[in-house]
Design a protein. Sequence first.
Length: 320
Amino acid sequence: MELEVVKFSSTEQGCNLLITGGVHGNEPCGPTAIKRIINDFESGKIKLGQGSVTFIPECNPKALQQNVRFIDVDLNRIMRPNTSPELYEEHLCNQICTEIEKSDAFLDVHSYEAGDIPFVFLGPQNEAELDFASALGGEYFIHNWKNAYEQGHKDANIPISGDKNAKAPTSLAYYAKENGVPSLTIECGQNGGENAETVAYNAILNALEYWCDASVDADIPRVQKVPNQKIIELKTVFFKTATSQKIEQFENFQKLKKGQLVAAFEDGKTLNAPEDGFAVLPYKTPVVGDKIAIFGVEQSKDEYLGQKNIPVNTFERRFK
């Protein structure tokens, strides 16, 4: 099937920014915000100073119609060109991959279920993506997802096989990274929440200003960027390893102190924070074997970039 693709261009050469929404059908903020942005372009409220922007408002139309995460398989776990697609989402991959391959920068807009605080997924040690994330205006940037799950399984002595979170990423953003494209996934807040749509809309405006020197009418309401942004390195995952006597109920990005109780189990064992940090994406009702929360620690920019920094100018900018 053909997905709707909408493109706006400037007369000046520049970045081809790709923005996608609706990868998961129960996350309407991306499609809603993108369609609002398209209307603003068509009414002349937004104009590009350079380059172009390509929108795919609904990457998974059937799932959006049914308000389900996916139809056959999670689209954000299979993003590769597919020469013999069979499942519904497999048929969507080729067109999305083609647009990613043509792009110079990429933003994928999502929402989530574990709270209403926006955050951005970063790649490892990547200055181009860090600068892009900072421009979006949110407070929290997280990275090291796969390694944290691997460490969590090791800490809990739980077999890692079958945990999709511990496998090599196959998301839209990681396909873009493999093609040398600075790429971010932004989680805008609670699924279906009004705040998520507002965050998504403003993040897209900020991305357009950052990459395409867009001008935005003064009468469009804006949300101020957060001044004290935080980089969170995910370190491990707290798993529920036995029947519990008590599991603490955390909010997303709630601060934890070293030694703070996370869970107490009926076998007498306890789970405690290994150092000062944050509870990320806590799960309110875990059963044995489920995640309680991901544990992360704040990093400075220098600590994040480390010795493997990919500077901004390393990316081949086809528009230069």
